[in-house]
Design a protein around this ligand. Sequence first.
Ligand SMILES: Cc1cc2nc3c(=O)[nH]c(=O)nc-3n(C[C@H](O)[C@H](O)[C@H](O)COP(=O)(O)O)c2cc1C
Length: 197
Amino acid sequence: MSQPILNVLAVVGSLNRNSSTRSVINLVVGQLKAEGCAVDVLDLLGEPLPLFNPDSAHGAEGFSALKSRVERAAVYILGTPDYHGSISSALKNFLDHFWEEFAGKLFATIVASHEKGLTVTDQLRTVARQCYAWSLPYGVAFADQLDVQEGRVVSDSLDERLKMLVHDVRVYGQLLAGQRRADLAGTAPGFLAKHRK
Ligand SMILES: Cc1cc2nc3c(=O)[nH]c(=O)nc-3n(C[C@H](O)[C@H](O)[C@H](O)COP(=O)(O)O)c2cc1C
């Protein structure tokens, strides 16, 4: 039986007009589309989100449309620059708006950093855990100017790691999405039981 198309949401978490994060995300988006995935891009520069306020965020203009996009996705590609060893405030603000929507889904992370971005990757893995999401067992990090020049990936090793990420997003994204659908439709006592409608 053929599997449903894998829905991916790619988030550009840099507000820099000439962002290397955006360049790398766009490359990955093109590769995922070529592999048959349906990919939606949320570029927080072009679609700014109000600062999360628990009293008003869910009623804000445009929120329900964004929520539908987040719900539709089975995989989130999260791109962020390394700011002081942390994720960008733009990406954190996006993540703060959601949690249940992420449960049982897959996070794949891409970090622009001169220092391998390990602390940033770990923070995204922590968010995934807190929201009952899965994350790939690795993150991809790169250094702007060294690995990406004038919007193009110029490093063979980064190119290889991105191909690995695209493969793993497709394969593990499909596996997890299939299991999530089965768990939501079933009666077994797994962690998704409490997310049944
Ligand atoms: C406020 C600020 C803090 C930063 N902190 C770090 C840091 O702690 N470690 C690091 O490797 N790079 C740091 N950088 C550099 C950025 O991570 C790097 O330039 C990245 O490529 C920016 O991504 P972008 O091109 O997508 O905007 C910092 C940049 C800014 C503006």
